[in-house]
Design a binder for this molecule. Structure first.
Ligand SMILES: Cc1cc2nc3c(=O)[nH]c(=O)nc-3n(C[C@H](O)[C@H](O)[C@H](O)COP(=O)(O)OP(=O)(O)OC[C@H]3O[C@@H](n4cnc5c(N)ncnc54)[C@H](O)[C@@H]3O)c2cc1C
Length: 511
């Protein structure tokens, strides 16, 4: 049995951020990660290997509402999902911390508000090298400092498209992007230009992920130990059930046990809940830290989907992920309720684009189709529901019950984007008669999973207290996306990172 001050389980944005921050406290820290390092290799940018074959995704299957197996779109490796994410690093908006009425019901308020998060957002933006333009998006919350780096310049087609949208009275804004380009630090470095991005690992380390922007800078410290291929299978408590006494891990097929004063769980929203359920014991018969019965409930995924516009504009951009549109975030001319947020995304892989275009343009080649396509990513808020939940089968397999909570907002948001292009067609013939196709993410679209262990002041209705410590267990903290009581409609990573920094400050002050 080895003893540490702190054990961190999982190295996604949450786990990496807190481990990096706490490393500087001099505490003796063990980091356990079930995956390994993604190798830097040619396949990193091979669309077929990455997107179609899922080379960097686990073969694991979970069960849906009907007990049917599905393959979740997740990643088990050092850096977690952030190794492949799209690096759009948004602050949640002021309203995301408050109670808001939606088509599907209520988005509840957070027990800790934006004013507390603000300084941690600033710190997270610095760690993750966020490029952006403060104030360009009118829904952006107040911030004390500008973004650490200027916005990534638009390519010519994007300048033109954004300009036309502005003529319609819309306010497209540069996406806040977490990127650490070599050319940012020195004009003498050869620039890195990226193309394959959302969903791909980045062998140039320009994408600011949990490992490249965080963990790798502290792994040489004598007080930090990272063990990979270490699947944590159970958390055991002492005899009164109030403290975790043993962290049990399967390391390369061998069971090992670790002891720590503080245990920080950051396995991702589904796996963190699953681990607590697996850790049921006499003192915690319904799962560890589950006296509320809330562990695994209120799973949210966002309503995410892609719409591709096929237009006459020649889109030759290589890095398309450039601007966002939040004009319909709070309401729209035909909607009193919030709709969501739209952003240009990294281009879809060739097989997806061709499958979307095949019935519309059966005679066109990929090169022709690629130039016609503009790929948008749309996100509407998902609302917490106790019935959307993670459970385990008797054999310990993960089962996810999930039904969409706010579909009207998402459908209206799609309609709004199409309407924008109809109006663009009135001022520019390139956009006249735009043809659309796309896809909505189904239950396997787990990339924005959150909310299964929400934080709150009432131990009867929440799993974690306001410092993200389990109400029921004195030395257990959770810092991945599972603490969200609601999820707004912006990408979650910067908020996960900001919260991990907030919790680390609490720990440094109390340990
Ligand atoms: C293709 C894609 C694009 C995305 N784009 C964006 C974007 O542009 N902006 C944005 O903000 N977000 C984006 N996201 C979402 C973002 O990546 C996630 O919300 C975020 O990374 C989640 O961080 P986390 O710390 O909650 O968990 P995770 O990233 O899930 O990390 C959990 C870690 O724990 C490990 N683990 C799990 N179980 C165990 C166990 N039992 N024992 C030991 N280790 C364990 C896992 O291997 C993993 O490393 C994207 C995601 C994907 C997949």
């Amino acid at each position: 049995m080895k003893k540490y001050d702190i054990v961190v389980i999982g190295t996604g944005i949450g786990g990496s951020t807190i481990a990096t921050r706490l490393a500087k406290s001099g505490k003796n820290i063990l980091i356990l990660e079930r995956g390994g390092f993604i190798p830097k290799e040619k396949d990193n940018w091979d669309p077929h290997k990455v997107m179609v074959e899922g080379k960097y995704r686990p073969k694991e299957e979970w069960l849906d509402n009907d007990g049917k197996p599905f393959k979740p779109f997740i990643h088990y490796n050092v850096g977690g999902n952030s190794k492949v994410y799209g690096a759009a690093m948004f602050r949640f908006r002021l309203s995301d911390f408050e109670k808001v009425h939606h088509y599907g019901g209520i988005s509840p308020e957070w027990p800790v508000k934006y004013d507390v998060f603000e300084k941690y957002y600033t710190e997270a933006e610095n760690i993750y090298s966020v490029h952006g333009l403060r104030g360009a998006d009118p829904t952006e919350p107040p911030a004390e400092h500008p973004y650490p780096l200027p916005p990534i310049p638009y390519e010519p087609e994007i300048v033109s498209l954004a300009g036309k949208m502005e003529q319609l009275g819309l306010r497209p804004f540069p996406l806040p992007m977490g990127m650490q380009f070599p050319q940012d630090g020195s004009k003498n470095q050869p620039p890195v230009m990226l193309e394959n991005f959302d969903g791909y690992p980045d062998p140039t380390d320009s994408k600011a992920d949990g490992y490249s922007s965080g963990l790798r800078h502290v792994l040489d410290l004598p007080n930090v130990t990272l063990v990979t291929q270490a699947l944590v299978t159970k958390l055991e408590t002492d005899e009164n059930g109030k403290r975790i006494s043993n962290v049990i891990a399967d390391i390369n097929g061998e069971q090992q046990s670790f002891e720590a004063d503080t245990v920080i769980l950051a396995c991702g929203a589904v796996n963190s809940a699953a681990l607590l359920l697996k850790s049921a014991s006499e003192k915690h018969p319904h799962g560890l830290a589950n006296s509320s019965g809330q562990v695994g409930r209120n799973l949210m995924l966002h309503h995410n989907g892609c719409l591709v516009a096929f237009t006459k504009m020649k889109n030759r951009t290589s890095f398309q992920k450039s601007f966002g549109l939040a004009d319909f975030y709070h309401k729209a001319d035909n909607s009193a309720f919030p709709l969501g947020e739209i952003q240009l995304m990294g281009k879809n892989d060739p097989e997806t684009i061709m499958s979307l275009a095949k019935d519309i343009y059966p005679e066109k080649s990929f090169d022709e189709i690629r130039e016609m396509a503009i790929d948008f990513w749309l996100t509407a808020e998902d609302l917490p529901s106790p019935d959307n939940r993670v459970t385990l089968t008797d054999e310990g397999q993960i089962k996810v019950n999930y039904t969409r909570t706010n579909p009207e907002a998402f459908e209206k948001l799609k309609h709004k984007l199409k309407e924008v292009f109809e109006r663009l067609g009135e001022i520019d013939p390139d956009f006249k008669d735009t043809v659309w196709n796309g896809y909505d993410l189904d239950i396997s679209g787990m990339s924005h999973q959150n909310g299964t262990l929400r934080f709150g002041t009432d131990p009867k209705t929440s799993v974690l207290d306001v410092n993200c410590k389990a109400h029921d267990v004195d030395n257990l903290y959770v810092v991945d996306a599972s603490f969200f009581p609601s999820c707004g409609a912006f990408n979650p990573s910067l908020t996960i990172a900001a919260n991990a920094l907030r919790v680390s400050e609490h720990l440094i002050n109390t340990l």
